[in-house]
Design a protein around this ligand. Structure first.
Ligand SMILES: Cc1cc2nc3c(=O)[nH]c(=O)nc-3n(C[C@H](O)[C@H](O)[C@H](O)COP(=O)(O)OP(=O)(O)OC[C@H]3O[C@@H](n4cnc5c(N)ncnc54)[C@H](O)[C@@H]3O)c2cc1C
Ligand code: SF4
Length: 443
């Protein structure tokens, strides 16, 4: 799956995400009901809609109002869409010829200055194209310039460079403290409640290391990753793929393709790319090396790409476990098993055909596909019962009453959209449900 999946540091993966922030469509949440495959969420789109709106307004998401797909929304995006880079314009041109509707995407980069509680004024995006390397002027809504400063305003104490290794429990099974290492020193932090937000690899790893919340047998299971095949083409005119906002254009017309031979569906998105990232993909995807790679890379400024993100079905062979290999802290490393199954392969084949057709219609030559899977999802899933799920619909562990999980390990299905907006919305809902529970207890 490559490096496109992790992120450490204060802000996590959002430090280098592309900031595409589409909402899932309502039927994304009931794949099993519709197809007899995959898993349904214990929540509906309507349960999450107010939280999508809250995140969109708080982060200052730029996007089209009205949005062409999905239910009508009471409120539009906080800011108008960002300008399209060349790849987005070319994709739009090709798609239009094929009758595929495209739209400027929702993106968590600011189309203009934006005032945000706890943060102040954040500056507008300067379209430098470096989103995946981290945004130097704070225009991209990564957590370090949005929710974390807000949390600090309300009293959160941020302890950077810390890594939790142990979770202690009282005799009744509730969590009492976490043990973490910071700059070589071991510390203990007592807690009344623990919110675990380590991401889909480190969250199940910590649970397995500490033998915590394991009754359902689902920790580490249901590992999913979005089918994310990319299709690249070369254009006679200059494209300059490093310029402009990389997360520019979207189509959700392929959400449930009529001629599909698979369950679920996918979205299409234009790509911006940096030369070193692209050269790595060319070496792997086209098997070019040395002089041949240098020759191909000379046309870098003329290439443009499109990719998909599609549903992925949970499968017994796809899981995370602890390996016998140890990391620098002498803890077992996580080992991930993931093999694309029939549904993912069929979806990728359908998507590759569609994207090749778009590039042909847009006038590209030397079109080629790079197979990839993005975003690790689903290793501590949410459900209605502790028999087959780790947390309930409010994010609370069935086995451990004072443990909550807030990251995409709890997703029961992968959704056919980028995950960050849903992770944030679901986390806000989990926080609300926790506060409601606390309030009821205090009354
Ligand atoms: C290059 C790239 C581009 C992407 N583009 C998009 C996009 O356009 N749109 C989108 O929606 N998504 C995108 N994603 C995915 C998105 O960024 C992630 O899915 C999302 O940020 C995951 O959030 P999370 O909170 O689940 O986990 P993470 O962001 O991984 O956060 C986990 C945090 O926990 C910390 N941590 C882990 N273990 C421990 C421990 N034991 N002790 C202490 N701390 C720990 C980590 O350091 C990290 O800060 C992209 C990802 C990458 C890498
Ligand atoms: S294009 Fe540049 S300024 Fe705009 S969000 Fe990305 S990194 Fe930040």
């Amino acid at each position: 799956m490559g490096k496109n999946n992790s992120g450490t540091g204060v802000g996590g993966s959002t430090l280098h995400y592309t900031a595409y922030t589409p909402r899932p469509l309502p039927d994304d949440l009931h794949l099993r009901r519709d197809f007899g495959k995959g898993e349904d969420w214990p929540l509906t789109y309507d349960d999450l809609a107010p939280y999508f709106e809250e995140v969109e307004q708080f982060l200052g998401i730029s996007g089209p109002t009205p949005y062409p797909w999905g239910p009508a929304r009471p409120k539009g995006y906080a800011l108008p869409p960002l300008p399209l880079n060349s790849a987005a314009q070319l994709m739009g041109r090709g798609a239009e010829k094929l009758g595929i509707l495209t739209s400027p995407a929702a993106n968590a980069a600011l189309a203009s200055r934006y005032y945000q509680e706890g943060v102040g004024w954040r500056e507008e995006c300067i379209k430098c194209g470096f989103c995946q390397a981290g945004c130097a002027n704070g225009a991209k809504a990564s957590m370090d310039v949005t929710f974390i400063p807000l949390a600090v305003k309300y009293g959160a104490d941020i302890r950077p460079n810390s890594f939790v290794t142990e979770i202690e429990r009282h005799a009744d099974g509730n969590i009492s403290a976490v043990i973490y290492k910071q700059n070589g020193q071991t510390h203990r932090l007592a807690c009344n409640h623990l919110f675990l937000c380590g991401g889909s690899v480190e969250t199940p790893r910590l649970l397995l290391l500490n033998q915590l919340a394991l009754t359902s047998g689902q920790v580490g299971r249901n590992l999913m990753a979005h089918p994310g095949v990319q299709v690249w083409g070369t254009f006679a005119d200059e494209v300059r793929p490093t310029k402009g906002i990389p997360g520019g254009l979207i189509s959700q017309d392929t959400h449930r393709p009529k001629d599909a031979d698979f369950a679920g569906g996918y979205l299409l998105q234009s790509i911006g790319v940096m030369p070193v990232t692209f050269a790595g993909q060319v070496a792997r995807g086209r098997k070019l090396w040395g002089q041949a790679l240098r020759d191909y890379m000379r046309q870098f400024n003329h290439i443009a790409g499109i990719n998909i993100l599609g549903d992925c079905l949970p499968h017994a062979d796809n899981y995370l476990e602890l390996s016998e290999e140890q990391d620098a802290r002498q803890l077992p490393k996580p080992r991930l098993h993931f093999t694309a199954q029939e549904n993912e392969l069929r979806m990728n084949a359908h998507a590759e055909k569609t994207m090749r057709a778009i590039w042909e219609a847009a006038g590209a030559t030397d079109i080629w596909a790079f197979g990839r899977y993005a975003h690790v999802i689903g290793t501590a899933r949410m459900g209605l019962s502790g028999d087959d799920a780790v947390v309930d619909r409010d994010g609370r562990a069935f086995d451990v009453p004072n443990l909550y999980i807030c990251d995409n390990s709890v997703f029961p299905s992968a959704l056919s959209v980028n995950p960050a907006l849903t992770i944030m919305a679901l986390s806000l809902r989990t926080a609300d449900k926790f506060l409601e529970r606390q309030k009821r207890r205090d009354q």
